[in-house]
Each structure stands twice: as C-alpha cells, then as structure tokens.
Design a protein around this ligand. Structure first.
Ligand SMILES: Nc1ncnc2c1ncn2[C@@H]1O[C@H](COP(=O)(O)OP(=O)(O)OP(=O)(O)O)[C@@H](O)[C@H]1O
Ligand SMILES: [Mg+2]
Length: 252
C-alpha cells in the first residue's frame, strides 16, 4: 500500500505478509510511518493498494465485519469524557451486537471477564478520563480484547506502562495469542523488549519496509545503528528470542 497525507507520501509501496497466529512487531524510528500503517489497517486513512484479511479485500467488508475480524488499538485513543471503564470496554462488543446495539448478558459477562484478566475490576465504575496513563492504557487494551477479533493490531500498547505492567500486558497478549490462535500486529518502541515477544519483526524507516524476519535476523547491531543511530549489543537466546542492550555513545 501507499499512503500520502496531501502531497507527502509517508508509506511507500509498503508490502507485508503476516502469518496467522504470529506476533509481528512493526518497529522504526519516530515518524517512520508505523501509526499510519495501523490507521490504514483500521480503515481510518485512505490508501492506495490492497489490504487482504484472510484473503478478503478489507475494503469490501462492512465496518462491522472488519471490526469482528480485527481490533485496532490506536496510539492516542479518544475516550468520551465521563465514560465509565465498564461501559468503555463494553463498547468493544458492539460489532457483535444486533442492529439496535443493545448489550446482552453475554456481552456484559465477556466485559467483566476481560476486566478481571487485566486487573481492572476495581476500576470498572471509574471514569476512563480519571485513570492514570497506565490504567487507561490497560482499559484500551481491555476494550480491544472484548472485541473478540482474531487479529489484534496495537499501536504502542505499552507506552505509558511501568516495566512490570509492560511485561504483564505483553505476556497476557502472548497467552491469548496462544490460547485463541490470535494474530498480533503491534508497534513497539522498546528494542530491549520487542525481541522477547514478537516472532516476526518488520522495520520501517521513511515509509519503507527495510527489514523483515525473525528477531535474530533483524535485531543486529548494524541495523540498529543504521536506523536508530545508537550502539547496541544483542544476545540471541536458545528459544530464538533476542535481548538488546543499548549503550551510551560518549562524545569524542
Ligand atoms: N494527519 C497527518 N497529516 C500530515 N502528516 C501526517 C499526518 N499524520 C502523520 N503525518 C506524518 O507522517 C509521518 C509518519 O507518521 P506516523 O504517525 O505514521 O509515524 P510513526 O512511525 O507512528 O511515529 P512515532 O514513532 O512517533 O509514533 C510523520 O512524518 C508524520 O508527521
Ligand atoms: Mg506512531
């Protein structure tokens, strides 16, 4: 696909295959085009080219059908002021509801289960806009899980979370991926973490796909230096995961 904002092309003939059941992390420096990619997947920005979901052209699906197949978590979700956490997460169920959009007992139960799994039950009656950044982020992830889509596309799902909660949310996504054979596509900024969860990594820079492969193939010091301009040491573990330590570059 190609995406332009006005005259400016920000995704340029971008092609990416995502295997069902995989976790593909899209990484790249600020402004590379990661959020634009997820917006195109969500259908909220115009693109040229094709997006195929399980072989079907996304543009041919109704909004509801698209939402039943793919839940998209934006980098900066807009939450109506005063909306309670429970009702916000319940909105994730709307693609499954009839035309009158009335929540069933089953929808409420699914919502309560997801809140429980994300330790959000004590916050169920709080307004989303009264939560801390990290609590709010968990609520946003909860809403996407309540949507029950086989594909989860998440834009920086851990950016406001402390280290413990980052691992908790990513671990939960990984568990759900295995249990329900979900396909996860996420952007993640933290190079030290990304190679421990994703099994495929796509690197975007200046709107182009510059690398795509396993963590061990992609997360190498040369590539990290080329695209992030930092010195990194990488360690490949027996299970194929990769940890990255970034070193300070001292002047002179
Ligand atoms: N609505 C818009 N109008 C014009 N330019 C835009 C718009 N949205 C994004 N851009 C530009 O497109 C480029 C890609 O933006 P995008 O948000 O996709 O980057 P990103 O890779 O998600 O960056 P970050 O890591 O900072 O989130 C940037 O240069 C950005 O300024
Ligand atoms: Mg972004």
């Amino acid at each position: 696909m190609t995406v332009a904002y006005g005259e400016r092309t920000v995704l340029d003939r971008f092609t990416l295959d995502v295997d069902p059941g995989s976790w593909t992390a899209v990484i790249g420096p600020n402004g590379a085009g990661k959020t634009t990619l997820l917006r195109a997947l969500a259908g909220t920005v115009d693109h040229r080219g094709r997006i195929l979901i399980g072989g079907d052209a996304a543009d041919d699906l109704s909004g509801r059908e698209r939402a039943r197949r793919m839940a998209v978590v934006p980098q900066h979700p807009v939450v109506p002021p005063g909306l309670r956490v429970f009702d916000y997460v319940l909105l994730g169920r709307s693609p499954h509801q009839g035309l009158r959009f009335s929540a069933s007992d089953d929808d409420r139960q699914r919502t309560a289960d997801v809140l429980e799994r994300l330790h959000l039950t004590p916050f169920a009656h709080r307004a989303v806009d009264s939560l801390s950044g990290g609590e709010r982020q968990r609520a946003v992830v909860a809403r996407s899980l309540a949507q029950d889509a086989r594909i989860l596309a998440l834009d920086e799902p851990t950016s406001f979370l402390d280290l413990g909660h980052q691992f908790e949310v990513l671990e939960l996504l990984d568990t759900l991926r295995e249990e329900h054979r979900l396909t996860v596509v996420s952007t993640l900024h933290d190079l030290s973490i990304v190679g421990q969860f994703a099994d495929r990594i796509a690197v975007v820079d200046h709107g182009r796909l510059v690398a795509h492969g396993t963590p061990a193939e992609v997360l190498v010091p040369e590539l990290i230096a080329d695209h992030w301009n930092v010195d990194a040491r990488t360690k490949v573990h027996a299970d194929g995961s990769v940890t990255v330590a970034v070193q300070r570059r001292r002047p002179g």
